[in-house]
Ligand binder design. Sequence first.
Ligand SMILES: [Zn+2]
Length: 281
Amino acid sequence: MSEVRLTLLSAGFCECPELIVLRNGSWRTLRFPATFALLEHPRRGPMLLDTGYTTRFFTETQHLPYSAYARATPVTLPEGESAAEQLAQRGIRATDVECILISHFHADHIGGLRDFPNARFVYLPEAYAAVRNRRGIDAVRRGFLPGLLPTDFEARSSPIAPAQMRPLADCAPFVQGVDLLGDETLLAVALPGHAAGQMGLLVQAEGGERYFLVVDGCWTSHAFRQNALPHPLANLIFDDPAAYRRTLADLHAFSRRRPDVQIIPAHCAETHARYVLKGTP
Ligand SMILES: [Zn+2]
C-alpha cells in the first residue's frame, strides 16, 4: 500500500480578535498560523496543499481597495518562512514541485503560487469560479487578491471534474471524494461553507497514520470536538453560513467515528504547536 510523507509547515500568520473564532471569546488578539502541507509520494514529485503567505501579500495590499484586506487581518511573515524558502531548506527546489492542491483561493492559501513555475494547480472548479472575475473591493470581500495568481494560472490548471467523484469507504458522513493519485493516498473532499468550493484532504501517511487536513472547515480543534460554531460575526466572511454549519457538524461526527484520523485545521494554534513547531509528523 502506498503512503505519503506528510510534513506540516506554516508560512506567516495573521491576527484577529478571539471573539470572531469563539462564540464567547474576548477582544484579545489571536495569531492564526497559515499552515500548508508538503506531500511526498514515493512515485511522484513533491506536492503541496496550499502555500501560506509570501511577501507578495504586502505588495498586493499597498493600495486601496486591497489595503482593506491587510487592515482587517494584519499579517506577519518572518524572514525565510515562505513555502519556497522552507522547501529549499529541505533540499527541495521550487521547480521540482509538480502539483499544488488549492483548498480555496483566500490569500493565506494561495500566497506562494507564483514561486512554483512548474506546478500544476488542482482545485474544485466552484472555488475558482467564485473568484475568477473578481477585482477590487468585490475580490477583497471574498478574501481574494488577484495579483497572487500566476499569469499562466489557467493554462497550468487541472480543475477536478465532477465525474471524478467516487463513493468514499468508511468516511461517513463524508460520502464522496476524489482519489487524486489513483492509489487512495490523497483523497480530496468537499468542505463547503467557509469559501465556495473549499476542499480538504484525507492523507494516507507514512507508518499507517491517517490525517484529514480540513483547512478552514473549522478554525480550531475545539470547534470540531465540540461542534462549536464561531461568533455570528464570522458569518459575514463565510460564503455560505448554513453550509459551514453542516460541514462543521460533519467534521464533529467524523471525529467521533474515526478517532484514528488526526484532524488538522489550517489555523489551529493547538495543532500548529503539535505538528508544525514540534515537527511531528
Ligand atoms: Zn484560511
